[in-house]
Design a protein. Structure first.
Length: 123
């Protein structure tokens, strides 16, 4: 559910920036990914991975920022390549990139690096 909310924020921001604000789709992709990442961190931390421990916020924030930077770069690069070299519309490119990066990069790193289970939480 958190991924769905972040995806809605990401795609709607991308669409609005390109179609209404006339921002170049590559720059809009990066800005939208940033908005989606902020949504995703907040929801993942408090809901999906049920981590309310304030002591780990700084460490998780740093880890999340590193993972999100990679995600942003991968999404932006893939959208550009699919659009420019594959001839796809930017929203189709974004959908393909989002699924690829989401399942292959974001979820595994969020689950096992950013929000890992601790022995204390497993008891």
């Amino acid at each position: 559910m958190t991924a769905l909310a972040a995806t809605v924020v990401d795609f709607s921001t991308l669409y609005c920036l390109v179609e209404f604000a006339h921002v170049y789709y590559v720059a809009a992709t990066a800005l939208a990914a940033l908005a989606g990442a902020a949504t995703n961190f907040t929801l993942n931390r408090t809901w999906a991975f049920n981590d309310h421990g304030g002591a780990r916020l700084r460490q998780q924030g740093l880890r999340y920022a590193l993972v999100s930077a990679g995600s942003l770069a991968l999404n932006t690069l893939l959208v550009f390549c699919f659009t420019e070299f594959g001839g796809l519309r930017y929203l189709i490119s974004k959908a393909i990139a989002a699924v690829t990066v989401g399942w292959g990069w974001n979820y595994p790193l969020h689950r096992y690096y950013v929000f890992p289970r601790t022995e204390e939480k497993d008891r």
